[in-house]
Design a protein around this ligand. Structure first.
Ligand code: M6R
Length: 610
């Protein structure tokens, strides 16, 4: 949540920062701002709303040192005052911040006593004045004042600070929120993730928690919180610029939905060999014995990643016969969970930055669990704090509504546990080969599922004005129902609920009338007859039924209002294809309702606050 950028070098910083903010806008779009140093002046422009409003604003654009911010509001409503960068009282310092300063209230009281005044409601404005105060009273350099201030701050942050008294310098620091430095001769870039940096350089340093970096036009220095110099680990980025563009699609979400045949194949590339029956997942090899001997597995995640965990629960228990508990990371950490030394905890996250998931990981580690990450974003915090883990390799996901990450998470988790089942001997060799072969066919089946796009567009026209939706599925398709409902809610703002189909009669059936669309994920599986009965129950009450069904189903098309066909696959792999029509349905309904599909209101891609 919130994106920060910084640039120091010889070029015009404004355009670099502005472009960087556009790349980071998916992290928050309540307001945007830029601070630039030009000679001895510190010029700040900030505007409520999206980066485009900042771009349209009349402002001074000169300077080759600057910082920028795109905001997801925490403290204070989205308006110009609360927008970052924030200026300190004497006008010498400007700061951008991603995170929350928890003890800002007490710091503010102390600063007010000293005569400081505040024009915003933000915790960030308190922090910049705290730094100014320390710098003044202790006559410290900017970096020392930042270090001292941060030692007294409680909370999570990634910050960047510039000073008009020290014009060849950006000081940045992180704790709990990500920060990446891009390195180029005579130029340094700073950003919340690598996306603004990749077009300038692919040499980067991911700052570690507690580290402070000083960037000048000539050099950069990293120190830890105790002021001890660190040797930064320089990495080469593997992201390609075109992965960050819409590539001819109207929205990132549509590109990401249609990219699934490729992203699923990318997850399997170099890992799964259908011909030899080989499955290799390098990232978690040292813990393969621990996985084999696990008495139980805990999965922690949020949102769509939590839904992927629920699907995984079904196939892990079925294939490996290991009990699985899937926990909302936000609940897990606050309910004193029972974790035994050596328990396996799997953390699933697209961004690798979700604050609740990070906190759940810390708790599990403190209690002696082995924590494995299933993460998409390379170099992210979760990838770094877990004992081991495996990347999805799905490429950057930019649409706020998660789509390709879900199918990638399922693919990777399936590979891990199919292999484990084979090693544990909980499935026969021929079943292993059959499932492996079927997994290998998922990219082509995902491509077939996408062929329903035009039909779904037509169905969406009939349903776009509904005020509520129910999504129902059984077995493996129950988490898919939850995911379908979440997708619709977050981008179309229509209230939607997912339920196990059989639970309908225990309450939700009361909602059904001729206005209520009910989406059944009714692909052929062990509970097909049962779901037919559930459809009947809805039709009897005049509900509008949309059913995704497998090719060749002779019964369902005769019973329902709209059908969407999905290709046949093994029941345990069905979520990988049955989710696709639901992603498309929410996309088209949102589009028809005129919402911002890629940047839905109130949301942000990386939820870095609790
Ligand atoms: O990056 P993560 O996978 O940890 O994010 C978890 C959720 O915030 C995320 O899945 C969210 O629910 C999406 N907007 C859903 O589309």
């Amino acid at each position: 949540m919130c994106g920060i950028v910084g640039y120091i070098g010889t070029k015009d910083a404004y355009s670099i920062l502005l472009k960087g903010l556009k790349r980071l806008e998916y992290r928050g779009y309540d307001s945007a701002g830029i601070a630039l140093i030009d000679d001895l002046n510190l010029n700040i422009t900030k505007k409520e709303g999206k980066v485009i409003r900042l771009e349209e604003a009349d402002c001074k654009k000169e300077g080759s040192v600057g910082i920028g911010h795109t905001r997801w509001a925490t403290h204070g409503e989205p308006n110009d005052e609360n927008a970052h960068p924030h200026l300190s009282n004497n006008g010498s310092l400007a700061i951008v911040h991603n995170g929350i300063i928890e003890n800002y209230g007490s710091l503010k009281i102390e600063l007010k006593k000293k005569g400081y005044h505040f024009s915003s409601e933000t915790d960030t404005e308190v922090l910049v004045n705290f730094i100014e105060d320390i710098q003044k009273t202790e006559s410290l350099s900017l970096e020392d004042a930042v270090r001292v201030a941060l030692s007294k701050v409680v909370g999570a942050y990634a910050i960047a600070v510039i000073s008009k008294e020290d014009t060849n310098k950006i000081v940045a620091a992180r704790k709990g929120s990500p920060l990446v430095i891009g390195l180029k001769n005579g130029e340094y870039f700073l950003a919340s993730d690598a996306s603004p940096i990749v077009e300038h350089t692919n040499e980067v340093v991911y700052l570690n928690d507690g580290e402070i970096v000083v960037l000048t036009k000539e050099n950069y220095f990293v120190k830890d919180a105790k002021d001890i110099p660190q040797t930064p680990y320089v990495q080469t980025l593997e992201i390609k610029l075109e992965e960050l563009e819409k590539g001819g699609y109207d929205h990132f979400m549509l590109k990401e939905i249609f990219g699934q045949p490729d992203s699923i194949a990318d997850c399997m590339r170099g890992r799964l060999n259908v011909d030899t029956g080989n499955l290799v997942l390098g990232g978690i090899q040292s813990y393969s014995k621990a996985l084999q001997n696990a008495d139980r597995i805990l999965i922690v995640a949020c949102g769509t990643s939590w839904h992927a965990g629920l699907v995984a629960e079904y196939f892990i228990e079925e294939l490996c016969r290991i009990p699985v508990e899937v926990e909302y990371a936000s609940e897990f950490r606050y309910r004193n969970p029972i974790i035994k030394e050596g328990d396996i905890v799997i953390a699933i996250s697209q961004s690798g930055e979700t604050a609740d998931t990070l906190a759940a990981i810390e708790l599990a580690k403190d209690r002696g669990a082995i924590v494995l990450g299933v993460v998409n974003t390379v170099g992210s915090s979760i990838a770094r704090v877990t004992h081991e883990g495996t990347y999805l390799h799905a490429g950057p996901e930019i649409g706020v509504a998660s789509t390709k990450a879900f199918t990638a998470q399922l693919t990777v988790l399936y590979m891990i546990f199919l292999k484990l089942a084979f090693h544990k001997g909980t499935i026969a060799q021929n079943k292993y080969r059959q499932l492996l072969t079927e997994l290998g066919k998922i990219p082509e089946k995902a491509a077939i599922a996408l062929k329903s796009n035009e039909k779904i567009k037509e169905i969406s026209k009939r349903l776009k004005d509904a005020r509520n939706f129910l999504y129902l599925g059984r077995g493996y398709n129950f988490p898919v129902a939850l995911e379908g409902a979440l997708k619709l809610k977050e981008i179309s703002y229509i209230h939607a609920e997912g339920y196990p189909a059989a639970e309908m009669k225990h309450g939700p059936i009361a909602l059904i009338d001729e206005q209520m669309p009910v989406v059944f994920i009714a692909t052929k599986d062990g509970s097909h007859d049962k779901i037919i009965s559930n459809i009947q129950e809805v039709k009897t009450r005049k509900g509008i039924v949309i059913a995704s069904e497998t090719k060749g189903d002779a019964v369902i098309p005769k019973m329902v209002d709209y059908t969407i066909e999905v290709p046949v696959t093994h029941e345990s792999l069905m979520p990988l294809v049955s989710v696709i029509p639901l992603q498309l349905l929410s996309y088209h309904i949102a589009l028809l309702r005129g919402t911002n599909v890629d940047q839905p209101r109130n949301l942000a891609k990386s939820v870095t606050v609790e």
